[in-house]
Design a protein around this ligand. Structure first.
Ligand code: S3P
Length: 181
């Protein structure tokens, strides 16, 4: 059972960390609603993520994703898969609404790039000729922001099922610890 102190979970981490796949599975095991921030933004605006970056630039995209996340995080019984840049804004994970558990899905550069290249979703930030170099640069710059999450789960070499079960296991232990405090 998830401790009642948590009413929603936000998954953060780099592109290719598995936020969408793990989020879908986690939400179904909890019986909660699942929303992928990028997919919701695309559905509401009718523009792909590539379109957002190409037509309006990254800053406009960041503003839009921030507003949408703020709205979604006001609801309960929700697993939200954020986009890889969402958690990177200053204090983003420090200022979450009470009852929100932040989970960092950690992934190494090589595995992240491998997963992104296999995916059908285009990542405008990794469209260049040397995606691995760009991923390394971005991940180094973002690492400390992701590390602000309450929980870190290593996803390297792990299946979606493994990662989901690990999160649920940590949640159960957290609940026991919180109750005993
Ligand atoms: C981005 C990650 C993407 C998407 C956009 C920008 C980033 O989401 O929001 O391409 O800045 O890391 P995923 O993490 O779901 O790939």
């Amino acid at each position: 059972m998830i401790p009642p102190v948590f009413r929603r979970i936000v998954l953060v981490g780099f592109m290719g960390a598995g936020k969408t796949s793990v989020g879908e599975q986690l939400s179904s095991r909890l019986g909660w609603r699942f929303v992928d921030l990028d997919e919701e933004l695309v559905a509401r605006s009718g523009l792909s993520i590539d379109d957002w970056f190409d037509a309006f630039g990254e800053a406009a995209f960041r503003k839009e994703e921030a507003a949408l996340a703020r709205e979604l995080l006001a609801s309960s019984d929700l697993v939200l898969a954020s986009g890889g840049g969402w958690a990177v804004e200053p204090d983003r994970l420090v200022e979450l609404p009470p009852g929100t558990l932040s989970v960092w899905l950690d992934v190494g550069v090589e595995e992240a790039v491998r997963r992104v290249q296999k995916s059908s979703v285009s990542r405008p930030l990794l469209r260049g000729k040397a995606p691995e170099n760009e991923a390394r640069r971005l991940l180094e710059a973002r690492w400390s922001a992701y590390a602000e999450a309450q929980i870190r789960v290593d996803t390297n070499g792990q299946s979606v099922e493994d990662v989901t079960s690990r999160i649920l296991e940590i949640l159960e232990n957290e609940g026991t610890r919180t109750a005993a405090e």
